[in-house]
Design a protein around this ligand. Structure first.
Ligand SMILES: Nc1nc2c(ncn2[C@@H]2O[C@H](COP(=O)(O)OP(=O)(O)OP(=O)(O)O)[C@@H](O)[C@H]2O)c(=O)[nH]1
Length: 210
């Protein structure tokens, strides 16, 4: 498979232990539910190329451990992230109450421009729900987050979460709100974009070659 892409985005998956971060990443990459998921130790990694708004984007995703004892390790991965999935479990009020702390860390350590999607995971366990859709969407609105409820088990809204977040980053690049050339932006040009920029800068050469 070709490894060509227009952009590379550095992504984080953050949130309390057991919220389903590793399962979301596994479902996104493998299209399967990882039933026997154990706690992440430190940080795990995955990547996938997606098509967003006519562009190929490689997502470089860091799945961080939610357990407090790994916090100093995981914090060191926040720097220069362009996007994040901030995950809570709709059946756990504690995971929802912890969101403000996760958010503060993300915006302080990754930077104020990081695009964050709030994912209310385990949507399939609606009968055990402790957090309503309404209060979570209110929290999202107050904190300038994109919001979706997802299920790593059924796959509902998993790909959509990563795509929605990527689409927002892409549109911020297009409007100039995000600058891929800024060091620590969490965005890099890929081969395809490089090629486009080169040909755009040297139109004479291209015309003559044709
Ligand atoms: N029913 C249901 N269970 C889920 C879902 N996502 C994850 N789980 C279960 O929740 C548990 C925790 O999932 P993980 O993905 O390991 O959670 P995590 O957020 O990565 O946890 P840490 O690595 O400790 O930070 C596992 O038993 C999963 O099988 C979901 O969408 N629905």
């Amino acid at each position: 498979m070709s490894e060509s892409y227009d952009y590379l985005f550095k992504f984080l998956v953050i949130g309390s232990a057991g919220a389903g971060k590793s399962c979301l990443l596994h479902q996104f990459i493998e299209s399967k539910f990882k039933d026997s998921s154990s706690h992440t130790i430190g940080v795990e990694f995955g990547s996938k190329i997606v098509k967003v708004g006519g562009k190929s984007v490689k997502l470089q995703i860091w799945d961080t451990a939610g357990q407090e004892r790994f916090r100093s390790v995981t914090r060191s991965y926040y720097r220069g992230a362009a996007g994040a999935l901030l995950v809570y479990d709709i059946t756990s009020r504690d995971s929802f109450n912890a969101l403000s702390n996760w958010l503060r860390d993300a915006r302080t350590l990754a930077g104020p421009n990081i695009v964050i999607l709030l994912a209310g995971n385990k949507k399939d366990l609606d009968s055990k729900r402790e957090v309503t859709f309404l209060e979570a969407s209110k929290f999202a609105q107050e904190n300038e987050l994109i919001f979706l409820e997802s299920s790593a088990k059924t796959g509902e809204n998993v790909e959509e979460s990563f795509l929605k977040c990527s689409k927002t980053i892409l549109s911020k690049i297009e409007t100039g709100e995000l600058d891929p050339e800024r060091i620590g932006s969490g965005i890099q040009y890929g081969d395809l974009k490089h090629l486009q920029n080169t040909t755009r800068r040297q139109p004479d050469c291209v015309c003559r070659a044709i």
